[in-house]
Design a protein around this ligand. Sequence first.
Ligand SMILES: [Fe+2]
Ligand SMILES: [Fe+2]
Length: 435
Amino acid sequence: MTSATTSPGRRFSLPAALLLFCALALRPADLFAGDEKVWLTAGQDAAREMVVSWASAVEIRTALLHYGPTRRPGVAPVRYPLVANAAIKECFGGKLGCVYHAPLKKLKPDTEYAYRIVAEGRALAEATFRTAPTDACEPFSFAVFGDSHSLDGGAAKRYDELLLDVQAHGARVAFNMGDMVNRGDKADEWADFLAQSTVAGRRLPIMPVMGNHDHGPGKGNAQHMSRIFRTPANNEPNLRSHYSVRYGGALFAVLSNHDGDPAEQAAWLDKELTQTDAVWKFVFIHEPFLTCALFGHEPDEEKVGRYFLPLFRKHRVDMVFSGHNHMYELFQPYDGEKFVSDPAKGTIHVTSGGAAKGERIMLLPPSFSCEGRVQSAMRYHFLMITVEGDSLSLEFWDEGGLSGGGLTGPEEHLRLVKPGTPVCHPETVPQTPSP
Ligand SMILES: [Fe+2]
Ligand SMILES: [Fe+2]
C-alpha cells in the first residue's frame, strides 16, 4: 500500500504526503539558512523587465513569485494578480545553496510593484521595486560604489549600511563597480555578499560589474558570478558579464576585462552606442583608464584602452566609471589622448572603489601632481548621479572616513548640461514667431 488517507474520501500518495510534510516543516529561516538572500537585476529595458532572484539553503521544488502593481506606495495588493515561475535554478551547495531567478517581462514603466517569494506553498519574503521611466525628462538618480570585497574578506564590514544610505537617498538603480567578493570561485563568499546586499537589494536593482576578484571558476557563463546575476547578456556570445541597460534617458553599458574578448566587446559597444537614442551614455568597467594611486594600480592595467577609448570619443560617452583602486577620483574631460575643458569634447572618468575600507594608503600626497584629476579622496563613500532631461549632477557622499560609521554629504562635484537635449520644459524654449 503506497498511499495515506488524511480524510474520508481524500487520498494522497506517499510522496505527496512527504512533500506536504516537508513544506509544513520548513520555515523561511530554514530555507534562507538564517540570512535572507534576495536581489534584483534590471533587464535590458529597465522600464519593463526585472529579474527577482533569491537563494535558499535547501533545494525547492516549487518556487514561485507572486507580484503585481501596488495600490499605493509601499502597500502590497491584497491578492497578487500575477504569478511567475522561478524558471531558472542554479545549485552551488554550501552556504549559498540554490539560486532561483524569476525573470519578469511586460511590466508597466515607472510603476511600483510588490512581490512575494513563495516556496513549497509558503511565503518567504516580500518587498517592492520600481520600474524605470521611459520619459527621458523624468528625473532619476543612480548610485555608484565599488570594491566591497565581501564580508569574509574583511574589507567591507559596513557595506550593508552603505546600501541602506544609497537607498534612503533616492537611488533607483545602483552599480557595484566590481571586486564584490575576494574570491569569485568560492560560492560561500557570494553567500556572504548576497546576505549583506539584501537589506537594500531586495528593493533596489544593484547591477554587477566583474572585477579581477569576481571571476571564476572557469570562464563564460559557468562562472559563479554569471550564474548568480541574470543580467541582460545582450551581446553576440550572450555573456552575462557585459551588457547594456536602458533606463529613462540614459544608456548604461557594462564591460568586463575578465571575461570575453575585448575586440568583440568593443564591436558590441560600438553597435550599442550607434543604435541608441539615449541622451546620456555611461560606461562601467572595473579597471580605470585614468587613475593616480600610491601603492595602487596603474591606469589601463589590462591594456584595453586602445579598444575602448576611441569609441568613447566617437560616440561622445559622457562618463566612464571604474573601481579597482579603493578611493575616489574625478577627472577633467578626456578625449582619449588629452584632457580638454569642454565636456562635449571628452569623457569624464571617475574612480569609485570606496565601498571597501581603505586598507592601504593609495592617495598621493598633495605634493605629487596627477594630470587632469580635479577631485580625490580616500574615503568610504558612494556617488549619486542624478539625471534630469538635459542636466546631470554628481554628488559625493562620505560614509565616515576610512572605516565608515557616519554619513555626511552630499558634496556636489560635477554638473553637466546638454542644452536642449531633450526639450523637457517647452515653456522655457523661445517660440518661433508665426508669419
Ligand atoms: Fe578591489
Ligand atoms: Fe580590482
